[in-house]
Design a protein around this ligand. Structure first.
Ligand code: MEV
Length: 401
């Protein structure tokens, strides 16, 4: 059920954390259980953490914030963000406010298709072996479907099989199986399919069986977002021109492109962490995609348009709203409720929008007053934080030994 909430919350930042929770609770932005969890300080009970990982000692916390002003495909969204770096949340919220005036972020995601690879070595005549396997495509995909019956009953399942000869002389042949994984991130699902169909493929090709594992370059699961912003929102035509020049700089130069993309991922990763997503997979896929043309390129661009700028971004994004830590972690469940998305596709559009917002905020600061002034104001607050006195740490260590 879509809730009717606003993400325009004037003076939100001036309230203490409890006051922010009160406001969101009054809006009905999440369930009573979610607010109870957040009011207790959020986080993860150690007993649960102990079931999620190994050799657990305690839990490791980050600030959980909410990004404001986001209008995504016509819907107001409150965006949970977990990040240690000051100014990421404020900057993204600021940029979202600028974009809002011109209609907000628009985006769409591909069907949630994940891909696994099956490697075979020493295959005699790999091109004709590939062709023979593809003659059995339907039977092999049916074998794959039989290994994931629950996913198939939910509308997912195997969609396609492809072959790639990587080295003719060495007989290195790789198959890609493409699987619709619904609203899951889908790593386990595609790995299961790859292991289930590999023997049937091997029986046709001969050679030596190699890896059976997903690729994190999920080219069939991409998200595209765009946004417009008017000159007056960014501080005038000169700054808008500066933003477009900064974007072009990233298109021309790998040293700049990587920092540009880091700024884009600042916002996207913060949402990924808040929502318990596999941010290592996301990062690996994003940077491989950025290099697909043979040259490392920006994931997003800002170009001049009459009276403003148009921003666009595209990247592979494998995220889930069910399964994994989404079900296990109470903080992730609360964050998902706050965000209010109904599908993994919707989540990926929000995440890419937050990336584009972070990128706009960074380029605007760099093209205007420079990153240090605004950024550093927020860093100042961090400097005021108490640090754990080393003496206390030593005493604790001594006590423990
Ligand atoms: C800092 O976390 C991110 C920036 O370096 C991004 C950029 O330069 O575009 C400000």
């Amino acid at each position: 059920m879509k809730r009717s909430i606003t993400s325009r919350l004037a003076g939100f930042y001036k309230r203490p954390p409890e006051g922010r929770l009160v406001l969101l609770r009054e809006m009905g932005a999440a369930s009573v259980e979610a607010f109870e969890h957040l009011a207790r300080g959020g986080g993860l009970p150690v007993a649960l953490a102990d079931r999620m990982s190994e050799n657990v000692l305690a839990t490791h916390a980050l600030p959980l914030s909410v990004g404001l002003n986001f209008l995504v495909n016509g819907r107001d969204v409150l965006v949970p963000m977990a990040v240690e770096e000051p100014s990421v949340v404020a900057a993204a919220s600021n940029a979202a406010k600028m974009v809002r005036g011109a209609g907000g972020f628009k985006g769409e995601a591909d069907a949630p298709v994940m891909t696994a690879q099956i490697q075979l070595d020493d295959v005699p005549d790999p091109a004709s072996a590939a062709a023979r396997v593809l003659e059995h495509r339907e039977r092999i995909l049916a074998l794959g479907d039989a290994s994931i019956p629950r996913m198939v009953s939910r509308g997912g399942g195997c969609r396609d099989l492809e072959a790639r000869v990587l080295d003719d002389a060495l007989g290195v042949l790789v198959f890609h199986v493409h699987v619709d994984v619904g609203d899951c991130m889908g790593a386990n699902t595609v790995d299961t399919v790859a292991e289930a169909i590999a023997p049937a493929i091997h029986a046709i090709t001969g050679g030596t069986m190699g890896l059976r594992i997903l690729t994190n370059l999920t080219l069939r699961r991409r998200v595209r977002v765009s946004a417009e912003v008017r000159d007056e929102e960014v501080g005038g035509a000169e700054i808008a021109q500066g933003i477009a020049r900064a974007s072009r700089f990233a298109e021309l130069d790998v040293f700049r492109a990587v920092t540009h993309n880091k700024g884009f991922m600042n916002g996207l990763d913060a949402v990924a962490v808040a929502l318990g997503q596999d941010f290592r997979a996301i990062e690996a896929g994003a940077h491989a995609f950025a290099s697909m043309s043979g040259k490392y390129r920006p994931l997003s661009t800002w170009k001049r348009a009459p009276g403003g700028l148009v921003g666009e971004a595209e990247l592979p994004l494998a995220v889930g709203t069910v399964g994994g830590s989404v079900n296990a972690h109470p903080g992730v469940r609360a964050a998902l409720e706050l965000l209010g998305v109904e599908s993994a596709a919707e989540l990926s559009v929000v995440m890419a929008s937050v990336g584009l917002a972070s990128n706009l905020a960074a380029l605007r600061a760099l093209a205007g007053e420079g990153i240090q002034r605004g950024h550093m104001r927020l860093h100042e607050r961090k400097r005021e934080l108490p640090s754990v006195p080393p003496a206390a740490m030593t005493a604790a260590r001594e006590e423990a030994t």
